[in-house]
Ligand binder design. Structure first.
Ligand code: 4CX
Length: 246
């Protein structure tokens, strides 16, 4: 890889991150002071478990769709074997959603952008997934502490997605080659920003993302058993395709 290639790779990944971000960082910043009223919070808390789950599944699926778009535009992703593209999205899309979600976290009042305003953990009470929500908020808080730039988030998101260690890959070698070029891009960006010390922290955050998504799948398994009708007929098809244990 000559430097020119790496610069081009970084520029194209940053570009497709921006194009597929759903909300720009500046937009989220401007919305930060819009909080839910006590009545609105109570309305969320009086939703039934399955109603709130369905609501969140729809919102998460919106965010996942943008991540699918992001993946398709990463140089090298489309050259991968179709089944491997699906396998990488099946295991990585939720991780990138939660990573991106941290851009919309306000560390001052521990709120996250949800349904047009900024919400605290209490909004999600009726999900009966307090531990997962707490872990998601803690993760978002920790990510904010790293103060990553959008460019660093873009390269980090691509690295989370293109992971040759994912299960059931048919052409692991090809995924390794794309992963290595993205790794080069991320180290190049961090070197340019004199922040090489972030690399080990980012690998640590990847492990936390994997545990968050394992917990999400566990909760989904519990929910689908408890509310089979909602899970099978009211969840968005893409959510089921990606996350339901087939
Ligand atoms: C992501 C790109 S962005 O442009 O920054 C953006 C783009 C859109 C938004 C709004 C948004 O969709 N927020 C939202 C949606 C769902 C959830 C959520 C709800 C429930 C669960 C538990 C599970 C058992 C269903 C999980 C999990 N795991 C996640 C959250 C938040 F994580 F906070 F709880 C926020 C926020 C930023």
């Amino acid at each position: 890889h000559s430097l020119r290639n790496i610069d081009e790779l970084c520029a194209s990944i940053v570009h497709c991150h921006r194009e597929t971000s759903q909300y720009r960082a500046e937009e989220l910043q401007a919305l930060k002071l819009k909080l839910f009223s006590r009545e609105e919070i109570q309305a969320y808390q009086s939703k039934s478990v399955d109603e709130m789950w369905q609501h969140c599944a729809v919102r998460l699926t919106d965010a996942v769709q943008y991540v699918v778009e992001f993946a398709k535009r990463i140089p090298g992703f489309r050259m991968l074997n179709q089944n491997d593209q699906i396998a990488l999205l099946k295991t990585g899309s939720m991780e990138v959603v939660l990573l991106r979600m941290s851009r919309s976290f306000n560390t001052e009042n521990s709120t996250v952008f949800f349904d047009g305003k900024f919400a605290g953990v209490e909004i999600f009470k009726s999900l009966a997934c307090g531990d997962l929500i707490m872990a998601v908020f803690d993760f978002a808080h920790d990510m904010c502490a790293l103060k990553l730039s959008e460019q660093q988030i873009a390269l980090f998101s691509a690295l989370v997605l293109i992971n040759a260690d994912r299960p059931c890959l048919e052409e692991r070698g090809k995924v390794q080659r794309v992963q290595r070029s993205v790794e080069l891009g991320l180290t190049h960006i961090l070197h340019r920003d004199h922040q090489e010390n972030l690399m080990p922290k980012l690998y640590q955050r990847m492990a936390v993302l994997r545990s968050l998504c394992r917990l999400h799948l566990e909760k989904l398994g519990w929910f689908s058993q408890r509310y089979p009708l909602t899970a099978h007929s009211l969840f968005p098809p893409l959510y089921k395709e990606l996350f339901a244990r087939l």
